[in-house]
Design a protein around this ligand. Structure first.
Ligand SMILES: NC(=O)c1ccc[n+]([C@@H]2O[C@H](COP(=O)([O-])OP(=O)(O)OC[C@H]3O[C@@H](n4cnc5c(N)ncnc54)[C@H](O)[C@@H]3O)[C@@H](O)[C@H]2O)c1
Length: 256
């Protein structure tokens, strides 16, 4: 949160000041400090006022994570799982093998996932800094995730928790479209559960879809979703028929 706020201030004060990000949460170390997106929320929605402002340096010291509340650590891991899902099956496998030591805040596996995540994010952002195409793959889990954060008043769920549920929904859609195997969905869900992240929420589907209309990813009544083509592979897809998403959520037992 501080990285977004200070970054936005740095981007606009005196038409821009140099910025050094010093992330102290796992989420910020593996995701938000890299890539230059800085934004603040409005009551109408999240991140609605923002700019791109690249930091000249990011200093991520994993020792700061020792004092991080466990729930925050788990939420940060959701973005690491995302990086594995979209680009790095090896990272996903590493998480499956080392989840317990990561949750014990052991240095070696934490340093590994932080470094690997930054490299993945930097690689994507280098190719598409302004989200004209490829960068949208980083939104895997975020289309539904952002809507869940909004309908729960930004209080009930941490960002990473909402993203965890969003990744499961995106993967359910992917299975339904025949893009990936049921086994990929099961591996994702099981890893998230082992981390201690939520994988579903009894949110009302109607209000979820309504809230998604305010999401920046909505263009001409089409929602663009990052979907999985199997662990480590991602694709962008347009969902123009809300019934498709409704069908998936209904099948998963979400209240209509
Ligand atoms: N700009 C981006 O690209 C981007 C990407 C992902 C998420 N985000 C945003 O980041 C926000 C969440 O940020 P966050 O997960 O970093 O959490 P946060 O900044 O909300 O911090 C969580 C809590 O941990 C405390 N804290 C921070 N570091 C600590 C430490 N080392 N030890 C003990 N306590 C510590 C904070 O005071 C706070 O109470 C969300 O609003 C999300 O939307 C932005």
């Amino acid at each position: 949160m501080i990285g977004d706020l200070a970054g936005y201030a740095a981007a606009t004060y005196l038409r821009g000041l140099p910025l050094i990000q010093v992330p102290t949460t796992l989420l910020a170390q593996v995701d938000s400090s890299v890539g230059g997106k800085v934004a603040v929320n409005l009551s109408e929605g999240k991140n609605l006022v923002g700019v791109f402002h690249q930091p000249s340096l990011v200093v991520a010291d994993i020792h700061t994570l020792k004092s991080l509340p466990p729930r925050e650590l788990r939420a940060g891991l959701a973005e690491v799982v995302k990086h594995g899902m979209i680009a790095d099956p090896e990272l996903f496998g590493y998480l499956e093998a080392h989840v317990d030591s990561i949750l014990r805040v052991e240095e070696e596996p934490l340093a590994f996932v932080v470094e690997r995540s930054c490299a993945i994010k930097a690689r994507v952002v280098e190719q598409d800094e302004r989200e004209e195409g490829l960068r949208a793959i980083l939104n895997f889990g975020h289309t539904v995730g952002h809507a869940l954060e909004a309908i729960t008043g930004y209080r009930r769920l941490l960002h990473g928790e909402a993203v965890a549920i969003g990744m499961v929904v995106a993967s359910m859609l992917s299975v339904r479209r025949g893009l990936c195997e049921q086994d990929d969905l099961l591996r994702l869900r099981s890893l998230l559960e082992r981390i201690g992240l939520p994988t579903r929420l009894s949110a009302n589907v109607k209000s979820l879809l309504k809230t998604m209309n305010y999401d920046k990813k909505m263009k001409n009544q089409v929602i663009y979703f990052a979907l999985t083509k199997g662990i480590g592979h991602v694709t962008l897809a347009a969902i123009s028929d809300p019934d498709e998403l409704k069908g998936v959520l209904a099948a998963a037992g979400w209240p209509s």
